[in-house]
Design a protein around this ligand. Structure first.
Ligand code: IPM
Ligand code: MG
Length: 354
């Protein structure tokens, strides 16, 4: 199996280096993968003048799975839009048809106090957000900034979903729910937006094929409220690209730190891009203080979903649980009575726990 590593920008290279340590340790134990590396985002712009250059495209298309750090940084904010790091990320998602984004939010018992919500509200939390990743207002045409007939400047984007796009993400979400608590909540804004009214209609139709899954619908504003009021009512949530972007950041903080949350972005055949749900954190880049656990847990998801190695995935997840149980914490999840460690020390500890 070919695994492409894309360190990216900001803290990306530091956190990816820790996940690589973990993969290298598994290789010594017989995991048969071949690792290669390429730039994406700002790093790719610096090297090749484009955020998703041909060099990276070629390796990405050939790979069975891709592990990404994060992209973006303030030094790239003034670039033309098509050259910005974020376009590299959106570009690779679209190029590889990675339409299904799985973002689990799990609260590790040891971190109950790291959440800003009361422990009783979040303890035992285990939600999966299924976010559609290659459609919606992120990619809909037309889009842009123009001068209107009245001579005033205006910005515009298009929220758009085709039936096949909604159907395929619905199937991913229903199947995920079947493997978990058999509850699926579809999030929309059907009271205002036709696109999401249509989304709701298709979800309801696909539900007929999954009689064992209980489907509910919720408006996105209410879902945002319910996520902080009583998040444990949710099992699997499915939603479009823009709502999923927002709700998954919100869900992540229920678990104490966005530094803990992995994600998988999958195509129809199980090929996937795996990345932490957090960004490139330029403010702490190069300081060796970032939390590498989301990236290490993303590598575990990669082992599970693209490399079909459940045993290795569980081994990595158990190693992460073990270091938390040992009281080791990076700065973002540190609290009195625990031991503060650096990014690289955390990586070493996970390898030792393996
Ligand atoms: C995410 C990020 C990206 C998104 C950005 C960096 C383009 O926020 O993966 O959630 O909006 O999808
Ligand atoms: Mg986001």
């Amino acid at each position: 199996m070919k695994v492409l590593v894309l360190p990216g920008d900001g803290i990306g290279p530091e956190i990816v280096a820790q996940a690589k340590k973990v993969l290298n340790a598994l290789q010594k134990d017989g995991l048969d993968i071949e690792l290669s590396e390429a730039p994406l985002g700002g790093a790719a712009y610096d090297a090749y003048g484009a955020p998703y250059p041909e060099f990276t495209q070629k390796l990405a298309r050939e790979a069975d799975a891709i592990l990404l750090g994060a992209v973006g940084g303030p030094q790239y904010d003034q670039l033309d839009r098509p050259l910005r790091p974020e376009r590299g990320l959106l570009g690779i998602r679209k190029d590889l048809n990675l339409f299904a984004n799985l973002r689990p939010a799990i609260l590790y018992p040891e971190l109950a106090n790291a959440s800003t919500l009361k422990p009783e509200v979040v303890s035992g939390l285990d939600i999966l957000i299924v976010r559609e990743l290659t459609g919606d207002i992120y990619f809909g045409q037309p889009r842009g900034i123009r001068v209107n007939e009245a001579g005033e400047r205006e910005g515009f984007n298009t929220m758009l979903y085709s039936e096949s796009e909604v159907r395929r993400i619905a199937h991913v979400a229903f199947r995920a729910a079947q493997k978990r608590g058999k509850k699926l909540c579809s999030v929309d804004k059907a009271n205002v937006l036709e696109t999401t009214e249509f989304w709701k209609e298709i979800m309801t139709d696909v539900a007929k094929e999954y009689p064992d899954v209980e489907l509910s619908h919720m408006y996105v504003d209410n879902a945002a409220m319910q996520l902080v009021r009583a998040p444990k009512q949710f099992d699997v949530m499915v939603t479009g690209n823009i709502f999923g972007d927002i709700l998954s950041d919100q869900a992540s903080m229920l678990t104490g730190s966005i530094g803990m949350l992995p994600s998988a972005s999958l195509d129809q055949n199980g090929k996937g891009l795996y990345e932490p749900s957090h960004g490139s954190a330029p403010d702490i880049a190069g300081k060796d203080i970032a939390n590498p656990l989301a990236t290490i847990l993303s590598a575990a998801m990669m082992l599970r979903y693209s490399l079909n190695n459940e045993a290795a995935a569980v081994r990595v997840e158990n190693a992460v649980k073990a270091v938390l149980a040992q009281g080791l914490r990076t700065a973002d999840i540190y609290e009195a009575g625990t031991t503060k460690v650096s990014c690289s020390q955390m990586g070493d500890a996970v390898v030792a726990a393996l």
